[in-house]
Design a protein around this ligand. Structure first.
Ligand SMILES: [Zn+2]
Ligand SMILES: [Zn+2]
Length: 265
């Protein structure tokens, strides 16, 4: 079974799942390796507290990893909310703890999550999507504190029409720059199967973007369900595998000690 390396637990503000429950589920599904990647979004406006108690988190995952070491390899990860003004803070944080893997995600633009209707006020849907992609491009260019880019088109999960009128072509200029930046910096692109859960009929990013990344020479892909509950783990991984093979990928990556390791799809 493909290793799920985007997983949340009760250390995230939006999950109640104990760490043990996620690990037990991974073992049941036959995964040999996983990565726990709880949220840390610092300096944002949100009803939910997305800041992580990092010292306590690192201590707990390190302890549990030891407890399960004969049954499954558990990596210590984090999903960092990228923002340009936090460059120094995020880079220090990334270097201070022994993370195996860091997902860099854009959850907030101008401190607002596209999850909230306020994000779209006064803008057309296309303008809102473009604004999200442009903010993401700036962050990926400026920052270096990430290994893989989480759900690049996250915004289309929540737009008024979701992905009904959304195409790669409409945003090809900015999306190509995002993909080229990922390749140039030796980072990975995430295939996040949460898109299926949100009924987009595709992962995030869309199949067209996964295909385009390959065309541009992209090789590093990570796969994650973004599960906040055990039953979401590995969601639609068989479908994602078919999609990735169809795009021309033969391998996906897992990360240990922030180094990519290739695994056959
Ligand atoms: Zn995320
Ligand atoms: Zn996540």
């Amino acid at each position: 079974m493909i290793s799920d390396i985007h997983l949340h637990t009760e250390f995230s503000g939006d999950s109640n799942t104990p760490v043990h429950a996620q690990i037990e589920q991974a073992i049941r599904l036959g995964m040999e390796e996983i990565c726990i990647t709880d949220h840390h979004d610092y300096d944002v406006i949100s009803e939910i507290d997305f800041t992580l108690d990092i010292p306590r988190y690192v201590e707990e995952i390190t302890r549990v990893r030891e407890e399960y070491k004969d049954r499954i390899h558990v990596n210590l990860g984090i999903e960092l909310g990228l923002q340009c003004h936090l460059k120094e803070y995020l880079e220090q944080l990334a270097g201070r703890y022994p993370f195996d893997f860091i997902i860099g995600s854009s959850h907030f633009v101008n401190r607002i999550d596209p999850y909230y209707p306020a994000f779209y006020e006064g803008k057309s849907e296309d303008e809102a999507y473009r604004g999200y992609f442009e903010a993401t491009l700036k962050r990926l260019s400026l920052l270096d504190c990430y290994d893989s880019v989480g759900h690049v088109d996250y915004v289309v999960r929540y737009g008024p029409n979701k992905n009904r009128f959304y195409t790669y072509e409409k945003f090809a200029d900015v999306l190509d720059e995002i993909l080229k930046t990922i390749i140039r910096k030796g980072k990975a692109l995430e295939c996040n199967t949460g898109g299926y859960k949100y009924r987009l009929g595709e992962p995030n990013p869309s199949v067209a973007i996964l295909k385009r990344y390959r065309e541009l020479g992209g090789e590093r892909i990570t796969i994650g369900s973004d599960a906040h509950r055990p039953e979401e783990m590995g969601f639609e991984f068989a479908k994602a595998r078919e999609v990735l093979l169809g795009c021309g990928y033969e391998y996906y990556c897992v990360y240990r000690g922030r180094e990519a390791q290739m695994r056959r799809l």
